[in-house]
Design a protein around this ligand. Structure first.
Ligand code: NAD
Ligand code: LMR
Length: 326
């Protein structure tokens, strides 16, 4: 076993942390050939609870889990790490939009961006899960100049997984037959699952699902409001599916993408498709296992253009709202 990885998980005693850590330690994120060193960051007050999670990690006797650091100091947590999974932050309650969390969560990403800059490997990759994840990633990226902007990501894979399942159900198709269904823009109620460029069983999605009213309205609304629907039903936000999407995201980035496929993650815009440079915008992405690129050359009709413009507008207003923090 020659490969080994140091991965920091913030908010490790939280709901998503509990659904995520055991899967990372089992090798589901970085592969069964990679030893894992976990660096767990929590608020001081949550360290007692986190010690119980660490006991459970020990009690699983995971062969790949080589060490666990537990701390409330971001400088310790981010020391020499290869990956940072920034989960720790406050979830919204029923009736709130994710952007309303910016006031309480935004400053977390200032401090953590600085700590990443000072301590992480310069090759470190950073996946932001904590909401509003696009703008939190934008904030962290602005603080960590030593780490390339290309290494910052915000999670929209949960939205893609939700969209794929809804399409599979409607089309009576298998999950794996739904491809190229990317989320564009913000992980928010303006996100746009671009069904026009998607495929079901090798055919354009719009030729398989001809119910245009469902696609334009019901489908979009279900995906855009799924997080809120889960909070309403559970009284808590999604956790197991969010952890699963974090695993999918990292795997998508570190394993070469299969030919004829792409996946969703928010990356630092290079201006592709007319999106303002520097915004953390979700695009269809492919990876060669080391580096990633945005799929180019897709076309968008008037409906898609309008939706993409709307989600960009929201991200620009979130960026403006945090300007004084940066
Ligand atoms: P949770 O409240 O169960 O856990 C969050 C944990 O973070 C808590 O244990 C808290 O002590 C810790 N924390 C808070 N501030 C911290 C800091 N500065 N440093 C370290 N730890 C800190 O919440 P959760 O359900 O695990 O959700 C976490 C975040 O993920 C929320 O913002 C939620 O909205 C978001 N989320 C995003 C997606 C997505 O698709 N991007 C999906 C689900 C949830
Ligand atoms: C989700 O999409 O489930 C998360 O972003 C949590 C939320 O607040 O909706």
């Amino acid at each position: 076993m020659s490969k080994s990885i140091k991965v920091a998980v913030t908010g490790a005693a939280g709901q998503i942390g509990y659904a995520l850590l055991f899967r990372i330690a089992a090798g589901e994120m970085f592969g069964k050939d990679t030893e894992v060193h976990l660096h767990l960051l929590e608020l001081e007050a949550a360290l007692p609870a986190l010690s119980g999670v660490v006991m459970e990690l020990q009690d699983c006797a995971f062969p790949l889990l080589k060490s666990v650091v537990v701390t409330s100091d971001a400088n310790v947590a981010f020391k020499d790490i290869d990956w940072a999974l920034l989960v720790g932050s406050f979830p919204r309650k029923a009736g709130m939009e994710r952007a309303e969390l910016l006031k309480i969560n935004g400053k977390i990403f200032i401090a953590q961006g600085k700590a990443l800059d000072a301590n992480a490997k310069p090759t470190c990759k950073v996946l932001v899960v904590g909401n509003p994840c696009n703008t939190n990633a934008f904030i962290a990226k602005a603080q960590a100049k030593r780490i390339p902007a290309k290494n910052f990501f915000a999670m929209t894979m949960l939205d893609q997984n939700r969209a794929v399942t809804q399409v599979a159900i409607k089309a009576g198709a298998a999950i794996e037959d739904v491809k190229k269904l990317a989320i564009w823009g913000n992980h928010s109620a303006t996100m746009y699952p671009d069904y026009f460029n998607a495929e079901v069983g090798g055919r354009p999605l719009t030729q398989v699902i001809k119910d245009e009213a469902w696609l334009q309205k019901d489908f979009l609304e279900v995906i855009q409001q799924r997080g809120a629907a889960i909070i309403k039903a559970r009284g808590l936000s999604s956790a197991a599916s969010a952890a699963n999407a974090a695993i999918d995201t990292v795997k998508n980035l570190i394993v070469p993408t299969k030919p004829g496929q792409w996946f969703s993650v928010a990356v630092c815009s290079d201006g592709s498709y007319g999106i303002e440079k520097g915004l953390m915008f979700s695009y269809p992405i492919v990876s060669d296992g080391q580096d990633w690129k945005i799929i180019s050359g897709l076309t968008h009709g008037a409906f898609s253009q309008e939706k993409i413009a709307l989600t960009q507008k929201e991200l620009l207003s979130e960026r403006d709202a945090v300007k004084e923090l940066l």
